[in-house]
Design a protein around this ligand. Structure first.
Ligand code: GLU
Length: 367
């Protein structure tokens, strides 16, 4: 079995290979493995830390501490450098890399969520590797995700990855701290993440990164609930990424608790209030309910409510509500395109977010 879409998170301690400086051999080795995964047909999204580290290297060691504006400055200096390195290394392997910098709002806010998802989809369709980091230069503490373990879980959910790989400087989760307890055992599989699992993580923090085992468990918790399998593995091990498939190296696996389709359905059903409603004709009802297709503007008769792109809306026929989903267009936009063929959307609106008013992947049928 191979994975369709993988999110790989590398932290600063993996990228520095314990040297205190971004390590070119380490980064190149990761790129080589990602290239191998790609030839097996796996789409990869890379979530990378190291911006502040790169900034620190540029400025010299004179800038330490927890002062937020200083950290923002370091990230602003270092992100370009970090991206430049990735870009160059991916280029050596004939791959194109693209930078995606996110803040929490991009994920929380519905219309921005859809926009970001579209960006990822377009990049992956063209086989370009999205390289993600938090936009530290502008994200202040209150609005930050704060560390890339959580950010990578959010990205995995956003792109509906089937595997999230959290690379660490340790093989995985142990029964006790292996640096203090030689008898500590690696836990190879965690079926349920409960309090006892969080307790095992303690408050472990590595020297250079922001996360630790605790944030990795929290990320695994979040992602497995949405249908993504998670693995914590040691980024320093030779060929770690390419060996995941045959599971020949030590690691801790967290199986997904639901399928991706169930995760999506649950997420949609958890949205309680609809911002508006579209009424559709019998042809559109057959297409979405019986054939599992997307909702196109041609089958829409009427729109009610005042909503923005990304709003959660209901879909009804004469006899009642049949579906719910995230709208690709605002109510004002739908008003102008309803009854028309999708091909004329750009002409009618002057912009185009795709042929569907609600894509079938963002819709749940109520039955
Ligand atoms: N975004 C931060 C950076 O690139 C790192 C966050 C983390 O270590 O998780 O420097």
């Amino acid at each position: 079995m191979s994975w369709h879409k993988m999110v790989i998170k590398v932290g600063t301690s993996t990228l520095t290979a314990g040297t205190g400086q971004l390590s070119a051999p380490r980064m190149l080795d990761l790129v080589r493995q990602i290239a191998a995964l790609r030839t097996q047909g796996t789409d990869v999204v890379l979530v990378t830390s190291g911006a502040q580290q790169a900034g620190r290297e540029r400025l010299g060691a004179s800038c330490e501490g927890q002062h937020i504006p200083t950290k923002q400055m370091l990230a602003a200096i270092g992100q370009g450098r970090l991206m430049h390195l990735w870009d160059e290394y991916f280029d050596l392997y004939g791959m194109l890399a693209a930078q995606v910098l996110l803040t929490r709002q991009d994920i929380d806010d519905r219309s921005r969520y859809l926009n970001v998802r579209d960006t990822f989809d377009s990049l992956l369709e063209r086989r370009i590797v999205p390289i993600v980091n938090e936009n530290d230069a502008v994200a202040t503490e209150e609005i930050k995700v704060g560390e890339n373990d959580s950010l990578s879980a959010m990205v995995a959910i956003l792109v509906e990855a089937d595997l999230l790989v959290l690379l660490s400087d340790i093989d995985g989760l142990y029964t006790a701290d292996p640096f203090h307890w030689p008898e500590a055992r690696l836990i190879e599989r965690v079926e349920h993440i409960d309090r006892s699992i969080y307790e095992l993580a303690g408050d472990s923090r590595s020297e250079y990164g922001t996360g630790g085992m605790y944030t990795k468990i929290a990320a695994a918790d979040m992602a497995t609930r949405s249908g993504t399998e998670v693995v914590i593995a040691n980024g320093a091990r030779e060929g770690i990424l390419t060996s995941l498939m045959d599971r020949t190296q030590p690691a801790t696996w967290f199986p997904a608790r639901v399928t991706l389709a169930e995760g999506r359905k649950r997420w949609l059903l958890a949205q309680k209030v609809v911002a508006g409603m579209v009424t559709i004709d019998a042809g559109a009802e057959r297409a979405i309910v019986s054939s599992g297709r997307s909702l196109l503007p041609a089958g829409i008769l009427q729109v009610t409510g005042d909503f923005e792109r990304g709003a959660f809306i209901g879909v009804r026929t004469e006899s009642g509500e049949v579906a719910r989903g995230l709208s690709n267009y605002s109510s004002a936009g739908i008003c102008r395109i309803l009854g028309h063929r999708s091909g004329s959307i750009a002409e009618l609106l002057g912009y185009d977010y795709g042929p569907e008013v609600i894509h079938r992947d963002k819709m749940v049928i109520l039955s």
